[in-house]
Ligand binder design. Structure first.
Ligand SMILES: *Cc1c(COP(=O)(O)O)cnc(C)c1O
Length: 381
C-alpha cells in the first residue's frame, strides 16, 4: 500500500522532530551549547561541531521551514536582513546588477543602496507590475530580479510566473521576499522563484523574535548561501530558532483568522465616510486582484487604506487607536497600525515609489473582529 501524502499542517507540525530522541520529548529541546564534543579529530558524533555552523534546534527549524514550502533546503538567519544580505552576497559578485521592485520594503532597499553598493553591487528599479518595462530593464550583468508580492506597504501584486520567465530568459534568478504572505498563503517556489526569503514576522507570529530564512530547491545555491551564513555568522540563537518553530506550528490557524478578520475590517472600513480608499489584494477593485487569486490561497492580514484629511488625519488616527498598537512591523497576534511614510519607510522615501501622505497600514491581529472595528471607528472619529 502506498502511503498517502500528509497535508500542509501535518507536515509543518511534525517536520524537524528527531525520531530517536533519547527522552521522547515532543518538543525539540533548546540545545544551548556553543560547541559539540568530537568523536575524534576530524569526526563529529552526529554531524554537529560548532553552533554557528549547525545547531540541532536550528536544524529542526530549518527542516520545518523547508516543509512549509515543500523545498529541499532552508536556512535560518538572525534576521530577515541577514538572510537578504547572505543571499545577495552568494548570488552576486561585485560588478553584477540586481533589478529591484520600485515599491520594495525600504529597509531591504537601504541594504542594497547603502551597504551592498559599496561592495560593488549595481542596482536599478522598475515597476514590476509592468512586464515589458521589467524585461527592458534587464541588463547583460543582471544576476537577480528581486521582488515582493504583496509589496510592503503598498500591497501591489506582481506576476511571479512571468517574472520568473523574464529572469530565466537572461540567466538571472528570481528571488521573492515572501514575508507579507507567509508560506501558508503563497509558495513562490511552485510559481518559478529560485529562492524565497523571509523575515519570520508571520511564521513566528507572536512579536517576540527577530528571525529570517531562505528557502530553495537548488543544491548549489543552498551550499553557497550556507557558506556565507557560516562565514559571516548571521545565525539565530537556539532559543530564537525554537521560538520561530513553536510559532510555525500554528501558522495555518493564525493565518486563517488573520484573513477572516482582515476581510471583515476591509468591509467595515469601506463603509466609513472618512476612509477614501481601502487597499487589499482580496478586493475585486485591487488592480492586480486576479493575479492575487491565482497566486495566493487567501489575501493576508495586512491592509492599507487612505483617509480623508491628508497626513494630519492619518497621523492623528495612528496616534489615537488603543487596541491597534503603534509599532513598526506586522504579523503578530495583536493588531498594529503604522504610518509608513514617517516610520519604516521614511529613510528612503525619495528613492522608492512614493507612499501617499494619507496612507495608513494596519496589521490585523486575531482578536475579536468587532472590537477591532470599534477601535478604528472610535479613532477615526
Ligand atoms: C521586516 C521585513 C524585512 C526585514 O526583516 P527583519 O527580520 O526585520 O530584518 C524584509 N522584508 C520585508 C518585506 C519585511 O517586512
Amino acid at each position: 500500500m502506498t502511503k498517502k501524502p500528509v497535508g500542509w499542517s501535518t507536515r509543518v507540525i511534525h517536520a524537524g522532530r528527531e525520531p530517536k530522541q533519547r527522552t521522547g520529548a515532543v518538543s525539540v529541546p533548546i540545545y544551548a551549547t556553543t560547541t559539540f564534543e568530537l568523536a575524534e579529530v576530524g569526526r563529529s558524533q552526529a554531524g554537529y561541531v560548532y553552533s554557528r555552523t549547525h545547531n540541532p534546534t536550528r536544524s529542526a527549524l530549518e527542516e520545518c521551514l523547508a516543509a512549509m514550502e515543500d523545498a529541499k533546503h532552508a536556512l535560518a538567519f538572525a534576521s530577515g536582513l541577514a538572510a537578504i544580505d547572505a543571499v545577495l552576497r552568494s548570488t552576486c559578485r561585485p560588478g553584477d546588477h540586481i533589478l529591484l521592485a520600485h515599491d520594495m520594503f525600504s529597509i531591504s532597499f537601504r541594504l542594497v543602496d547603502r551597504v551592498l553598493s559599496d561592495w560593488g553591487l549595481e542596482y536599478s528599479m522598475v515597476d514590476q507590475t509592468d512586464l515589458e518595462a521589467t524585461r527592458a530593464a534587464i541588463r547583460p550583468n543582471t544576476k537577480v530580479l528581486w521582488t515582493e508580492s504583496p509589496s510592503n506597504p503598498l500591497l501591489n501584486i506582481v506576476d511571479l510566473v512571468a517574472l520568473g520567465e523574464i529572469a530565466h530568459e537572461s540567466g538571472a534568478l528570481l528571488i521573492v521576499d515572501n514575508a507579507l504572505s507567509s508560506p501558508y498563503l503563497q509558495r513562490p517556489l511552485t510559481l518559478g522563484a529560485d529562492v524565497v526569503v523571509y523575515s519570520t514576522k508571520y511564521i513566528a507570529g507572536h512579536s517576540d523574535v527577530i528571525n529570517g530564512a531562505i528557502v530553495t530547491d537548488d543544491d548549489l545555491l543552498a551550499e553557497s548561501i550556507q557558506f556565507i551564513q557560516n562565514s559571516t555568522g548571521g545565525t539565530p540563537s537556539p532559543f530564537d530558532a525554537w521560538l520561530v518553530q513553536r510559532g510555525a506550528k500554528t501558522l495555518a490557524l493564525r493565518m486563517e483568522k488573520h484573513c477572516d478578520n482582515a476581510e471583515y475590517l476591509v468591509e467595515q472600513l469601506q463603509r466609513h465616510a472618512l476612509v477614501s480608499q481601502v487597499i487589499y489584494p482580496g478586493l475585486v477593485e485591487h488592480p492586480q486582484h486576479k493575479l492575487a487569486v491565482e497566486q495566493m490561497r487567501r489575501f493576508g492580514g495586512v491592509v492599507g487604506f487612505r483617509v480623508k484629511g491628508g497626513a494630519e488625519a492619518a497621523i492623528r488616527l495612528c496616534n489615537s487607536t488603543e487596541l491597534f498598537k503603534l509599532v513598526e512591523g506586522f504579523g503578530g497576534v495583536e493588531s498594529s497600525i503604522m504610518y509608513p511614510r514617517e516610520m519604516s519607510h521614511s529613510t528612503n522615501a525619495n528613492r522608492l515609489e512614493p507612499i501617499p501622505e494619507d496612507f495608513v497600514r494596519i496589521s490585523v491581529g486575531i482578536e475579536e473582529p468587532g472590537d477591532l472595528v470599534d477601535d478604528l471607528y472610535r479613532a477615526l472619529g
